[in-house]
Design a protein around this ligand. Sequence first.
Ligand code: F6R
Length: 635
Amino acid sequence: MCGIVGYTGQDEAKDILITGLKRLEYRGYDSAGVALECASPATPGAPASGVTLSVIRRVGKVAGLESELSAFGTPSTCGIGHTRWATHGRPSVANAHPHTSCNGRIAIVHNGIIENFTELRAELERRGHTFASETDTEVFAHLIEEAYEGRPADSATGEPARPGSHDLMTAVREACTQVVGAYGLAAVCADEPGVIAVARKDSPIVIGRGERGSYVASDVIALIDATRDVVVLEDGQFARLTPEGITYTDADGAEIEPAVTHIDWDIDMAEKGGYPDFMLKEIHEQPRVVRDTLVGRMVGGELDIDELGLTMEELNLIDRVYVIACGTSYHAGLIAKNLIEAWARIPCEVEAASEFRYRNPIITPSTLVVAVSQSGETADTLAAIRDARIKGAKVFGITNVVGSPVARESDGVIYTKANKEIAVASTKSFIGQVVSLTLLALLLAQVKGKLTTGQVRMLFRELGNTAEQIQWILDTQGEAIHEAALACKDAHSALFVGRGMGAAIAHEGALKLKEISYLHAEAYAAGEMKHGPIALIDQGFPVIAVATKSPVYDKTVSNLKECEARGAQIIVVATEGDEEIRAIADHVIYIPPVRDAFSAITATVPLQLLAREVAIMRGCDVDQPRNLAKSVTVE
Ligand code: F6R
């Protein structure tokens, strides 16, 4: 959550910071701000460095900050910026980053949570520091200030006076030793013009060196214009950026040589490419995601997942699978459960990572935990991975972000090849996750001897066909989806129903609708309707059903008849050619005939489009829905 960007070099910093913050806005958009180093007027009493920090902050999106900065004429070639998703403290100017020290000479931006901030703040206040915000972050500014300037003897505790280091990097390192929690941090100090000090623990930081300066950000997307070769800072590593270069150190201050990662995707891939919003662009990328996720997975007629990190013998011993994930990724897990149990005959449980981490699940060395996370940095999923590994499980990650914590902390990983997903609501990454989980299910089935090599090859081919099937939906179902959206846009609530795979798809459909249109939606197994939810239905109540041709098709249709009899307005995702469904459906959206096992990959697509249409009709921002952030690095 939250986005960090920093620049020191030869160019105007504010422009670089604003461009970077706009790209990072998907991480949070409650408030935004920058701290710029500016030459101070040559007046008596001006600081020795001749530099002061100008801190400009606004509530709301980066566009507001940009217009305020357009009137800011003082040149500056070094600064830091932040876009915030509120955790501690409501969205307000006072709580917006950057935060400053008491003397206003140090400013910091921070991502993460400081767990011991209450105690630290009380201590700092007792020592005379004045706080200007309700945030946990601000303690960092004061801790760095104390480490930089030094502090007098403490008569209350008997601690002797401590001299200041008068070195920003050393002061940041020292402050980090006092903090419990997660941080990605960038700090500037008016007494060291041109220097940005950076620290990382459990919150992503990338650093790059361009031709005209040095850059830091919480995501590579903010610095890709300047360089393709970046350093992904590891936990416990620090960096000191200057206009001339970058030095990296460990926690003891010893210089280190970090690994450089080359980024091979293009910024165009992360921009709208002619679509009105990122969500629509990303929905349209899904055929490519299917193809890319499958590339190289069938080699010489054999399924190839060599980054698994487990031998075939170890895989064969697996007798229980847990899929742990959150939100949309959790729904991908529901699909996987169906496939793993049907094909590999291994019991599979799907659990919200936030629940898994606080129970005592039954885990043995023959348990495989599959952690699914688009961002690869969801706090609950990471905590669940760590817990599972301590308990002896093998952990396999499925993520979209190369080198992310989920990738690094798992025994093996499949990358979903969705490329950067910008819209806050997941679409293409979900499809990549389902395809990857399908591959895993096929592999487990093959290793366990439940599917023959021939069957695996045939299923793999059919899996690949879903790319064209998605394309067909995108090309032909727009009008039907639009009509269905008109039918439910003014509703107060909607029910999504289905059976088997259809029930899992319904869950994802309901989440998409509620998160971007703010229309309340619930998903139910269609057969469960008569045990309660059917009481909701009155004249015109929207029921959105997944009733594709499958072994439970007839049962689903019976449940829909029960809804129809009570006046529901029925929208059905059905299989092309199914004309009988029109007898009970007010609106039908078709998908091409598909094996039930693969139906999630195609039937989810109309529901994504439906959610988007409804949201637009209701005047919502589909890319940046309220209260949400793309990556959830807090519990
Ligand atoms: C919904 C959505 C979220 C995420 C969830 C987990 O559209 O995007 O529900 O799926 O926050 O995020 P990741 O997959 O990054 O762990």
